[in-house]
Design a protein around this ligand. Structure first.
Ligand code: NAD
Ligand code: 2HG
Length: 526
């Protein structure tokens, strides 16, 4: 039975895939309510209220996946999760339309004083002169961050006859042209926009993007909107410009601290309209994000591919199908390399050739590194934390795509480099034969990496192979397969033997005492 905890009132209708699964027990409530059982959960589903801190992760030693029913993962300590090997997934597009529509509604309300008019009329006044608005038609909307929401918003703004100027360092000219928007530098956007709306994540680069200095550059009467993350617009910086009348109005759905204090200075200004982080609060969005994360968690618990991991390279189902056969091969190669090269390693180089160059191989390299490190360390290592663990241990690794296929349709070549020695391995996947190791430390060889293996380096002399057979026979060890390889007659040679069962621990020493044998390594668990 897998235990899953669902918090923050994630919409139950969307959780059906998890609730209907007989091998999963889903508890619904808060971390506090289930504090005596936190150690049993493998999956945790949250919206934004639950703070998944390093401390919470420590209280959940069995946790393997945190799923955020929404986009922003700023309530999750990603570094701590990654270090622990906990996968973090989100629901990246389930609430895009709702948040776009909310932003648009905020913009329309802001320029036409709708909230102010509503409360004034409800308080018994009829103030038509005070609430003269501004048309959207013909105005320039400045969008900072042209991702999912920025893009959807630009379409709606164009439909309203607005000009759209966009700043996003990752936006290509081609895409800007297709979307019929003008891609501009940030300073230019500040100069030309009548309304500025931010749709970036909150990062070190975007925190305080609109601050005292940058707001000073904006047009007099500018309207500012933040339905992304509190802090992208510096709240304090707004005050002098609201006082002076430079800013025409501000619409905020998000705040630096949520909820904002009831005497928050911005709440006192009539030109400031606010909603309590309602961007994603529609029936449709909540159903979408709940269903998206429920599917992801279910797939994960069933060992199926997940698509929206934040701390793993993402790939589609189609890509996964293509990558699957090489996944097992890279796992085995990592394990063999780690066991053959017992000394300290400071560099791992992975090269992909043939069909593999058409794929996103980053996940394969992570898998290989995880398997390589796992054989050496006594901590949880997986594709998520392999990069940070390698860094911590001073191991640099990299991958490249190469044209050297050596006649195979696909080929993975790995070299691990230490201070004094290096070790290399090549492997391929052949549909009819499965995974094969085709070269080991420069020796051509061909074996299926499976079961208990013995790697022997020796001098190419008559009788060595017979002596190995004799020693193993004396220990009643039955050889399943044997492969030999050499570079030149009478020079260095290797043997790779496989066995049906585990070998005695001391067999390496016994074999190393045989004449002309240079080195023996047992390779287990492949
Ligand atoms: N109010 C809500 O309820 C609500 C709901 C959903 C999303 N959000 C927030 O909205 C924001 C946007 O969401 P999205 O789904 O469009 O994200 P997204 O990842 O699709 O888009 C973000 C865009 O910002 C751009 N960007 C990053 N750094 C930038 C920088 N320094 N300057 C300019 N552009 C930069 C990226 O290139 C990307 O195109 C996020 O902060 C998300 O958390 C809020
Ligand atoms: O859970 C929510 O309603 C907030 C969602 C939103 O901020 C997000 O980042 O997806």
């Amino acid at each position: 039975m897998a235990y899953v905890l669902v918090t923050d009132g994630i919409k139950e209708d969307g959780l059906q895939p998890l609730l209907n699964e007989s091998t999963i027990q889903c508890d619904i409530g808060s971390l506090n309510e289930f504090s005596d059982r936190l150690d049993q959960y493998e999956a945790l589903l949250v919206r934004s209220a639950t703070k998944v801190t390093a401390e919470v992760l420590n209280q959940m030693p069995n946790l393997k996946i945190v799923a955020r029913a929404g986009v922003g993962v700023d309530n999750i300590d990603l570094d701590a999760a990654t270090k622990r090997g906990v996968i973090v997934v989100n629901a990246p597009d389930g609430n895009t339309i709702s948040t776009t529509e909310h932003t648009f509604a905020m913009m329309a309300s802001l320029v036409r004083n709708i909230p102010q008019g509503t409360s004034s009329l409800k308080s018994g006044k009829w103030m038509r002169k005070d609430y003269v608005g501004t048309e959207l038609y013909g105005k320039t909307l400045g969008i900072v961050g042209m991702g999912r929401i920025g893009t959807e918003l630009s379409r709606r703004a164009r439909a309203f006859g607005m000009n759209v100027a966009v700043f996003d360092p990752f936006l290509t000219n081609d895409r800007a042209q297709k979307l019929d928007v003008e891609s501009v530098e940030f300073d230019h956007l500040l100069d030309v926009a009548d309304i500025i709306t931010v749709h970036t994540p909150l990062t070190d680069k975007t925190r305080g993007l609109l601050n005292e200095e940058t707001i000073a550059r904006t047009k007099k009467g500018v309207f500012l909107i933040n339905c992304a993350r509190g802090g992208i617009i510096d709240e304090k910086a707004l005050i002098p410009y609201l006082e002076s009348g430079h800013i025409g109005g501000v619409a905020l759905d998000v705040f630096e601290s949520e909820p904002p204090e009831h005497n928050h200075p911005l709440l006192g200004y009539d030109q400031v309209i606010v909603t309590p982080h309602l961007g994603a609060s529609t029936k449709e969005a909540q159903l979408n994000v709940a269903a998206q994360v429920a599917d992801e968690v279910l797939y994960f618990l069933q060992d199926k591919p997940i698509r929206n991991a934040i701390n793993l390279p993402g790939f589609s189902k189609e890509e996964y199908e293509k990558i699957k056969p090489y996944y097992e091969l890279t796992r085995k190669m990592g394990s063999i390399l780690s066991q053959c090269m017992k000394s300290a390693v400071n560099l791992v180089e992975v090269s992909y050739a043939g069909k593999l160059t058409e794929l996103d191989t980053a996940i394969l390299t992570r898998n290989l590194m995880a398997s390589f490190l796992k054989s050496r360390l006594d901590t949880t290592v997986n594709e998520v934390n392999a990069p940070s663990i390698a860094r911590e241990r001073g191991i640099t690794y990299g991958e490249k795509h190469s044209s050297e296929t050596h006649g195979y349709s696909n080929l993975i070549s790995v070299t691990v480099q230490g201070d004094k020695e290096a070790f290399s391995l090549q492997g391929t996947y052949i549909k009819e034969y499965g995974d094969r190791i085709t070269q080991l430390n420069g020796f051509d060889i061909d074996f299926h990496p499976q079961g208990h293996l013995l790697y022997i380096q020796h001098n190419d002399r008559p009788g060595v192979i017979g002596n190995v057979g004799k020693v193993l026979g004396e220990h009643e060890i039955n050889i399943a397969t044997m492969q030999v390889g050499r570079k030149t007659a009478g020079g260095e040679a290797i043997m790779m033997l496989s066995f049906d069962s585990e070998l005695p621990k001391n067999i390496e020493e016994t074999l190393e005492s045989v004449q002309d044998i240079v080195k023996v390594e047992q390779i287990g668990g492949v």
